[in-house]
Design a protein around this ligand. Structure first.
Ligand code: CA
Length: 141
């Protein structure tokens, strides 16, 4: 998974916790690098800080969604900035955690998003198989 956070301390905490939980973690500290990483490889999930220098997290997220990138994105927002949460959801965030956060909350929400992603993929596959079965039945008639 990818962690995008400009605060070194918070980024290190996230990295340690996610690695301990068994995730492979890449990390970047600004929006430009985040765009580059997502262009280079596929991630199961992204943790994206909204308050980033130069290019903020909402712009980064808008960019990804415009390019058709569908990985789950959990945004980090300041506790008193509810408007950031709204802007984040409008830009295509799947969930948010407000700072200061409990690491367990982040881990739980990441797991939920990854599970949801797996379920979505399975559903898509089932729809595809049903469609194929229907076509085969119609041809056999
Ligand atoms: Ca920040």
């Amino acid at each position: 998974m990818l962690v995008v956070e400009d605060n070194d301390e918070v980024r290190a905490l996230l990295r340690q916790a996610l690695r301990s939980a068994g995730f492979e973690v890449d990390e970047v500290s600004n929006g430009e690098d985040a765009l580059q990483r997502i262009a280079d490889r596929l991630y199961d999930a992204v943790i994206l800080d909204i308050g980033l220098p130069v290019m903020d997290g909402v712009s980064v997220l808008e960019n990804w969604r415009r390019d058709g990138r569908k990985m789950p994105v959990l945004i980090l927002t300041a506790r008193d900035r509810w408007s950031d949460q709204v802007a984040g959801f409008d830009a295509g965030a799947d969930d948010y955690v407000a700072k200061p956060f409990h690491m367990e909350e982040v881990l739980a929400k990441v797991r939920i998003q990854i599970q949801l992603q797996v379920h979505k993929r399975q559903l898509k596959q089932q729809v595809l198989e049903l469609r194929q079965a229907k076509e085969a039945a119609e041809e056999a008639r």
